[in-house]
Design a protein around this ligand. Structure first.
Ligand SMILES: C[S@@+](CC[C@H](N)C(=O)[O-])C[C@H]1O[C@@H](n2cnc3c(N)ncnc32)[C@H](O)[C@@H]1O
Length: 363
């Protein structure tokens, strides 16, 4: 358990992102720039974002879900604000975006361009973004209320926290029922040795704070995110021989996970109730198919057999934010046994699943 809001780790990270780094060109490893190219519609939005915001982007993914018009988004560790600016466009003028970060220098950049971006680039009457100074382990102290957000995003931040359990538990608290944490971070295929964890550059550059995927999944289960789903994965390589000698045989990955908060509906394993789901084709940029995770690609209009957990995530009883985009048929009155994961839906062509960390479905 960490104390708010002091401690060597917080200080190290604040100095690294507030003072040491001027832009992504100063990084010593590729972890904070491991993001693969976002989809075309997101790239179009990113093209409108001010240069200063983009130069200080240190994310390892593109955790920007589509189809979120009118929703309330929170970005944990928003940095100079790139993903908040993109989310501001995705939620439209009726949605809101809140960025939380503990580093003043990063927040200043994010705040500087927000109003002009919303008015001039998006044509809004006023900014729908706000930025709050705070620690993601202590969202209560930053004034973020219980059940007050629909979507939480985060990009290469949770690994920097000295208390990941607390971060995920706070995320669960502030999400409304039916909401989702959709976030990219760095993970490893094993627990880091003490020497690596104490190395300032390795920690600052999002390597040695990386959670072992097995520990990450255990924390998810403990805090209520019972069935973490992986949507994309890219391996990160460390080129620097000195840094590599400290991390040894460990492998690192930038992974985007989806964690749904659907209280009382997620089970420890995939169960078959004979339910099926149809994607309506209503998400911008995803007219013909929708990828829920690396094992579920819903072709528009085609009924797909799903386990109880997947049914809950895409909107069983209208209880997920995705329910506006799906029709789910069937209830849980009859149980047909264990659900044959991986048989009912084809993986999307883009799904990559290195065996070192495994895929996502049900567990
Ligand atoms: C690698 S940068 C990523 C920034 C941003 N998400 C992006 O994609 O550009 C990490 C950011 O997280 C912030 N951060 C790290 N640990 C934090 C914590 N415990 N609470 C709040 N902010 C934190 C840092 O200040 C920094 O701005």
């Amino acid at each position: 358990m960490v104390d708010c809001c002091e401690g060597d780790t917080f200080k190290l990270v604040q100095d690294y992102y507030g003072k040491v780094l001027e832009n992504s060109g100063n990084l010593k490893t590729s972890a904070c720039t491991a993001a693969s190219a976002p989809p075309p519609r997101i790239r179009q939005i990113l093209g409108k974002i001010p240069g200063e915001v983009l130069e200080k982007f240190y994310g390892c993914g593109a955790p920007l879900p589509e189809g979120i018009q009118g929703l309330r988004v929170l970005d944990l560790g928003s940095g100079s604000g790139r993903d908040c600016y993109a989310a501001a466009a995705l939620v439209g003028e009726s949605g809101t975006v809140t960025g939380v970060d503990m580093t003043s220098e990063q927040l200043e950049v994010a705040e500087r361009h927000a109003s002009d971006f919303c008015k001039e680039q998006l044509g809004y009457k006023q900014s729908n973004m706000r930025f709050v100074k705070g620690h993601i382990e202590f969202l209560d102290k930053a004034g973020i209320q219980d059940d007050s957000l629909d979507i939480i995003i985060s990009n290469c931040v949770v690994n920097l926290s000295p208390d990941k359990h607390r971060v995920l538990s706070e995320a669960y608290r502030v999400l409304a029922a039916g909401g989702e944490m959709y976030f990219s971070d760095v993970y490893s295929d094993r627990r880091m040795p003490k020497e690596a964890q104490e190395h300032e550059v390795l920690w600052g550059e999002c390597i040695s704070g990386a959670l072992y995927t097995g520990d990450f999944k255990a924390i998810c289960h403990q805090v209520g995110f019972a069935d973490p789903r992986q949507i994309s994965i890219n391996e990160i390589t460390i080129q620097d021989p000195e840094l590599k000698s400290i991390t040894g045989n460990a492998r690192f990955f930038s992974i985007t996970y989806r964690l749904f908060k659907v209280p009382g509906m997620l089970e420890p394993a995939c169960e078959d109730y004979g339910q099926f789901a149809i994607y309506k084709g209503t998400i911008p940029g995803q007219k013909h198919a929708y990828q829920l995770d690396d094992g579920h690609n819903f072709v528009t209009g085609k009924p797909v057999l799903v386990c109880g957990n997947s049914a809950a995530m895409v909107g069983e009883q209208g209880k997920s934010w995705l329910s506006r985009h799906f029709q789910v048929t069937g209830d849980r009155s009859v149980h047909y046994g264990a659900f044959p994961c991986g048989l009912a839906t084809a993986p999307s062509p883009s799904a990559a699943k290195p065996s070192a960390v495994g895929g996502s479905c049900c567990g």
